[in-house]
Design a binder for this molecule. Structure first.
Ligand SMILES: Nc1ncnc2c1ncn2[C@@H]1O[C@H](COP(=O)(O)OP(=O)(O)OP(=O)(O)O)[C@@H](O)[C@H]1O
Length: 301
């Protein structure tokens, strides 16, 4: 039987509307109102070109899923958007401001990145780790300001980890730790949230909880969210826009209902399969069949 939470139809007790209407947009930002703009961005690690001519304009309050094969450049793109890497070509704009010209702390007050993985400092408690999310907001002496504790408590409550505040992070399971790291990103209290595989390590129930939390926070607080997801079913259901990368370029960009096609599965994700529609929610549902060889497989590493 299908889990009612997955069906998401009207009338089921645990099914908030899958894609709430976008919140009313905050004050216009930058050129064309984009909250985050990636313009002609190229980037490579030494001896390894990764991104080429990437253009993306993300409006305030948008919820975007970024998909693509392992190694196609998704995490690299998020790191560039968070100002942790500098593009070798093009530029990244945050609310119209070139990231290259903003001090690190100013960027961290405006954009938070949930990394794919980060080692826990031995003995550090959940509360201490989440407080690290406030580093950019701290005063000149590095002291937490009034209100910082409330922001941290709210972030922990948002992802249901408040009860573990005094537990050492290294005593938590992988999935529990993932939610704590999400709380740390939320504690930055930024308008833009970049989530690199936020559902990694989580069981299905917690995957749905986290994704619903993201949808809710975006609706309540007008957050702009870009999240890397490997689960195309979740990407198609929870995001209103799907961006697919192939070999460091944008291969598809649009509403899931338009973008998720057998062609996308084959050309971008290397899987032969069919695409249907959820009978109740209407979002695309994939039926992957078998992996296929891509042209790029010939020159894979
Ligand atoms: N620090 C680094 N130094 C050198 N090469 C790197 C570094 N980080 C990533 N790469 C390489 O850059 C390419 C893109 O990596 P990236 O992590 O952006 O991919 P991804 O799409 O996020 O992959 P995945 O789905 O596996 O997380 C890969 O070929 C990877 O091996």
């Amino acid at each position: 039987m299908t889990d009612p939470a997955l069906r998401g139809g009207p009338g089921t007790p645990h099914t908030p509307r899958p894609r709430p209407a976008p919140p009313s947009p905050p004050a216009p930002l930058g050129e064309g109102g984009a909250e985050l703009a990636v313009e002609g961005v190229g980037f490579g690690y030494p001896g390894r070109p990764v991104l080429r001519g990437v253009d993306l304009r993300i409006a305030p309050g948008e919820l975007v899923a970024l998909v693509g094969l392992n190694g196609c450049g998704k995490s690299t793109l998020l790191r560039l958007a968070a100002g942790l890497l500098r593009p070798s070509a093009g530029r990244v704009l945050l609310g119209g401001d070139d990231l290259a010209r903003l001090p690190r702390r100013a960027v961290a007050r405006r954009v938070a990145l949930l990394h794919q993985s980060a080692p826990a400092v031995p003995g550090m408690t959940v509360r201490q780790l989440v407080r690290q999310g406030r580093y950019a907001a701290r005063g000149p002496l590095g002291m937490l300001r009034e209100g910082d504790d409330a922001v941290c408590r709210r972030a922990m409550a948002d992802v249901g980890v408040a009860g573990w505040a005094d537990r050492p992070v290294d005593s938590l399971s992988g999935g529990e730790r993932q939610r704590v790291r999400l709380a740390m990103a939320l504690a930055q209290d930024t308008r833009v949230l970049l989530l690199d595989e936020p559902t990694t390590y989580l069981d299905l129930r917690h995957q749905l909880e986290v994704l619903r939390t993201v949808v809710r926070l975006r609706a309540e607080r007008g957050l702009t969210v870009v999240m890397v997801l490997h689960d195309l079913a979740h990407a198609a259901r929870f995001a209103e826009r799907l961006v697919a990368l192939r070999e460091g370029r944008v291969a598809a960009d649009g509403p899931p209902a338009e973008v998720v096609t057998p062609g996308l599965l084959a050309d971008v994700l290397g899987v032969a399969g069919r695409v249907g529609r959820d009978p109740e929610g209407g979002w695309p549902v994939c039926y992957p069949d078998h992996p296929i060889t891509l042209e790029s497989d010939n020159h894979f590493h």
